[in-house]
Write a protein that binds this ligand. Sequence first.
Ligand code: ACM
Ligand code: ZN
Length: 544
Amino acid sequence: MKKITLLTIILAAVVLFGCQKPKAIVVVPEPVEVTPKGGQFTIDDKTMLCFDNLGANGTETSKMIRDLYESYFKLRPNLGDAESAKKNSILFSISKKEIKDIGDEGYVLEVKAKRITVEANTTAGLFYGMQTLLQLAGTDKLADSKTFAVPCCQITDYPRFGYRGAHLDVSRHFFDTAFVKKYIDLLAYYKINKFHWHLTDDHGWRVQIDRYPELTRVGAWRPERTSWDTLHPVMPDEPMTYGGFYTKEQIRDIVRYAAARHIDIIPEIEIPGHCSAILAAYPQYACDDYPYTVAVGPYWPPKAIMCAGNDGVLTFYKNVLTEVAELFPYPFIHIGGDEAFNDNWQVCPKCQQRIQDKGLKNEFELQQWLMNQIEHHLDSLGKKAIIWDDIVSDDMVNTSTIMCWQGLDVAKTAAKHGNDVIMCPTTHCYFNYYQSKDKDERLCMEGYVSLGKAYSFDPMPEGLSEAQQKHILGGQCNLWTEFVNDPETAEYMILPRLFALSECVWSPKEKKDPKKFATKVDFERNLMKKLGYRPSNRTVMELE
Ligand code: ACM
Ligand code: ZN
């Protein structure tokens, strides 16, 4: 009898005081500092969304935060300001006095039972605070609840690196604007702030250029082959039905979309290799008179290279980049430079003449000279070049930012040389590689980056002086699409590995913990499914 009474009292206490088990705090990327407090705030249909001191682009910021709120919670909030932010309210405000240490992307989020506040120095910080808030309400989102418990806590958070990127190759397979927006939403959710858009390659040219209409009339289309693995060239009468390109209007729309999510776009125009699509459209820019077509399948090494001895090629690139610079209002344009197989240059009289005229030693220096010409043109447009690390050498005169895919040694050489560096080594950041060794794994590009391996990525190479470390801007993952035919496969390849990348570029090094990370993966993956993404179900934390 006594026992029953005690049990009844405990049960009554649970009902009366709401002593539920505290909700877990699962945030990816792991924040700098999380202090759990007891209790919870409940988001419901009476919750007010309030804004204060948002500054010049306040209307866009409050609209963005409200849109995120409505689409995630399926609730319409009442709106208010600092005055009306009393109980059951969430207040977003730019701090009147600069908050120390959190920089221009950090935020301070405080969840109390009656009120949530998000404070930052900038609207970007508020945006990231909002993303964390959504994650804190994840348990009830998963449960399809009509109200959303947010565990009480204090979070102070800011990124480790200023450059946190993800790349998408839209040349090998074309992805329409709806998917590009979905991809950008995904990046924003994980606090990625750079979208590297690989717009040109052998397998298709994807951006409208008014001065060179053949680039998209011819260069954007190839025969439809379901399997990338069949190695036979384009037949003369094969219909060129597969492909597509983005009009300038579509690009401007994507730029606006990304900007609202605090993402800069890094457009990439490949120079001087990976250019079969250009040469199919404008064969006069080749060294030879080979009948180039937009490529199908894995020809290797690709023979196509633009003639570096032809002044018309320089004019072509300068004109193209002038139009690209107008489309993308950011400091950086990526100008490729990788895998430029120069066999044609070795036997081309014009290229050899250029080498002589400019006093260059060889074809490698010819490529460096060409990239430098383009870099100067970008300078004149107020832009800076990013180049793949293939051009790095001890005596380079190039001042571009180097994107390192081939390993730490090249990165160190570039940083020691004084160039800024973005890290994306194949060993950790190539999400087109296999993510498991399971027999039924999908066909991927040869190579292996398990989730655990991706998580072990540290963008900061060891052995750099403090001054050299300042040249490491951050890191990114790359999604090449030879074997990624469609949006579903792209989502499968990037998730869950993007969870790992986001912690590598955002979270403090000392906060990284593979065991804790592994416990968050299922939850995070299920949330992604709830939001309409199709991640891989595999969680391989082994490194090899
Ligand atoms: C590259 O993977 N060719 C940059
Ligand atoms: Zn040539």
